[in-house]
Write a protein that binds this ligand. Structure first.
Ligand SMILES: Cc1cc2nc3c(=O)[nH]c(=O)nc-3n(C[C@H](O)[C@H](O)[C@H](O)COP(=O)(O)O)c2cc1C
Length: 312
């Protein structure tokens, strides 16, 4: 799952919270691109094509910014005005962002009790976010619960300490990471990728074939360089042969993996290399292309319908 973070802060070098979140997230989240749009476009001349390209690649877009005048910094508003364009984000062909997750993550200077009907800011934070929420809906995006922390300003000797603000920034980052994890766990593509990593991790130690047959149907079609097999018995026959040929603790490396969906089944296109030693002590180096058809059952289990391996 790819994540894009759009950071909008006109003075990021002086920031505590937004700087911490936008730099530390790169160490903690895999497959993330962080774009500091004020640094990229200090003159507000936004490269729309570059921004579209970054958006198209992402599954989840996080907007990270300080709350300014009950809203976003001007650079982020300029970014939206330019980038959420006709036939991209809206309009008859404007479905380019459809289904992507939209997550607002911002830091609020004022305390939480100020953001209530009787507080000095009168309105709840969510009331100030309505234009963003509706923009996400118009772009057919998945608007997630916004993540924000209060009391994020440090004014030496007057308000907060630097440590308090840093702790709150850490908490905000943890909340972002928890949200990303739950999105990734719910993502079928990610589930299949995790399953395949586990499959090869089991294979590498050449354990009990019971693990594998659990994920096969009685009629699963198995086409391997060694021949054609079917179902549990077929897999067992093939696997017994492999165990007699190569030693345990071999190494599979997944070089590429592409998952696509059609008619409720997932097609997995894999390139895998195998480094192993045969029982007679010879080194074995193989590159194969694998095509799997996988089902995710209602109770969240993986069942392989078809498993084809071809040498490359
Ligand atoms: C121009 C400006 C406007 C601000 N407006 C608000 C506001 O409307 N409500 C609020 O709670 N804090 C407001 N703040 C405080 C910022 O939200 C706070 O400084 C920021 O979240 C701290 O994050 P940073 O350390 O990353 O800069 C404002 C600050 C500035 C500089």
């Amino acid at each position: 799952m790819k994540t894009l973070m759009i950071v909008a802060h006109p003075e990021l070098e002086k920031s505590i919270a937004n700087k911490y979140i936008s730099t530390t997230i790169k160490e903690k989240v895999e497959d993330i691109e962080v774009r500091d749009i004020f640094k990229l476009y200090p003159d507000y001349k936004i490269d729309i094509e570059a921004e579209h390209e970054a958006l198209l690649k992402a599954d989840t877009i996080i907007f990270q910014y300080p709350f300014y005048w009950y809203n976003m910094p001007a650079i982020l508003k300029a970014w939206f005005d330019a980038v959420f364009s006709f036939n991209f984000a809206y309009g008859p062909e404007g479905d380019k962002l459809k289904g992507k997750n939209f997550l607002l993550s911002f830091t609020v200077g004022g305390p939480s009790d100020a953001y209530s009907p009787l507080g000095y800011n009168h309105f709840r934070i969510e009331d100030f976010l309505k234009p963003m929420e509706q923009s996400a809906y118009l772009a057919k995006m998945n608007y997630l619960d916004p993540i924000y922390e209060h009391g994020m300003v440090f004014i030496p000797g007057v308000y907060n300490t630097q440590e308090i603000v840093e702790q709150r920034a850490e908490k905000q980052l943890d909340r972002i990471i928890t949200t990303l994890k739950s999105l990734s766990e719910a993502d079928p593509e990610q589930k299949i990728k995790d399953f395949i990593k586990d499959w090869f991790a089991q294979f590498d130690v050449l354990g009990d074939e019971g693990y594998f047959t659990n994920h096969l149907l009685k009629e699963t079609v198995l086409k391997f360089p060694e021949g054609e097999f079917r179902g549990h018995e077929g897999f067992k026959e093939w696997y017994d042969g492999i165990r007699k040929t190569i030693k345990p603790d071999n190494k599979h490396t997944i070089k590429s993996i592409v998952v696509t969906e059609s008619n409720g089944l997932y097609n997995v296109d894999l390139n895998v290399s195998l480094e192993a030693e045969t029982v007679s002590g010879e080194a074995l180096n193989l590159n194969v292309k694998e095509d799997w058809k996988v089902e995710i059952t209602r109770d969240d289990r993986m069942k392989i319908h078809e498993y084809i391996v071809q040498p490359l």
